[in-house]
Design a protein around this ligand. Structure first.
Ligand SMILES: Nc1nc2c(c(=O)[nH]1)N[C@@H](CN(C=O)c1ccc(C(=O)N[C@@H](CCC(=O)O)C(=O)O)cc1)CN2
Ligand code: GAR
Length: 217
């Protein structure tokens, strides 16, 4: 039975590609109904077209307000009646009305070990803060930015001489493993959000927390 998913992007779309690849390999039983970007020049749109997935470019600058953009975005999404909305490098802060509409069925991947380094430029900020480790978090999306229930995290060491670019490359590799895992769990009805807390197989993740290890894949 198909599991309709919508993916929102703003850029390269390497996380989108990871989902496409795992779906094509039969490792992920989802049906990406469309890819929507707020940037018309997002390379991720090319990735979607190559995979035969419908695309929409919805330029946020063409709308009078954040609310108007979100309303148009919601109308575009809801025509596909998705069971899950995946933010994959989607770089717009969403309004409370929008996040509440998709509560419990919208995921985001954030390039930090939340709750550290919410917002932007996380790799450089981690380096500047002289963190020993850094990483990535997959979480449910809430109205508060990067504060939704965390589902799974993966970490890497920050080495001497690390740059934001080298760190981003290490984090990307981890993202391409854990995001498909979280999407798979959701598509299998194993991952749920109840009263603001994430559960896997009805076990609260806040208690266990899942820090990805290579053996977990
Ligand atoms: N209400 C929410 N909206 C979004 C969330 C969320 O958790 N709650 N996650 C983000 C993704 N994200 C980090 O993971 C993020 C995206 C964008 C920004 C941001 O500051 N955007 C600026 C524009 C920046 C730009 O265009 O480069 C803005 O929207 O004004 C911060 C964090 C997705 N949305
Ligand atoms: N705040 C959101 C954010 O910064 N997300 C980050 O954008 C990148 C998108 O890469 P991709 O377009 O290659 O998937 C990813 O590293 C993701 O964690």
């Amino acid at each position: 039975m198909s599991f309709p998913v919508i993916v929102l992007i703003s850029g390269s779309g390497s996380n989108l590609q990871a989902l496409i690849d795992q779906s094509l390999q039969g490792k992920l039983n989802i049906d990406i109904k469309a890819v929507i970007s707020n940037k018309a020049d997002a390379f991720g749109l090319e990735r979607a077209k190559k995979a035969g997935i419908p695309t929409h470019a919805l330029d946020h600058k063409a709308f009078a307000s954040r609310e108007a953009f979100d309303e148009a975005l919601q109308q575009t999404i809801d025509q596909y009646q998705p069971k899950l909305v995946v933010l994959a490098g989607f770089m717009r802060i969403l309004t409370e009305t929008f996040t509440q509409h998709y509560e419990g069925r919208m995921l985001n991947i954030h390039p930090s070990l939340l709750p550290k380094f919410k917002g932007l430029d996380t790799h450089q900020r981690a380096i500047d803060a002289k963190e020993e480790e850094h990483g990535v978090s997959v979480h449910f999306v809430s109205s508060e930015l990067d504060a939704g229930a965390v589902i799974i995290q993966a970490s890497t060491n920050i080495e001497a001489g690390e740059t934001a670019s080298s760190l981003a490359g290490k984090v990307h590799a981890l993202e391409h493993v854990i995001y498909p895992m979280a999407v798979k769990w959701f598509s299998e009805s194993r991952l749920t959000l109840k009263q603001g807390k994430a559960y896997l197989d009805d076990v609260p993740l806040a208690e266990t927390g899942i820090l990805y290890h290579p053996g977990l894949a």
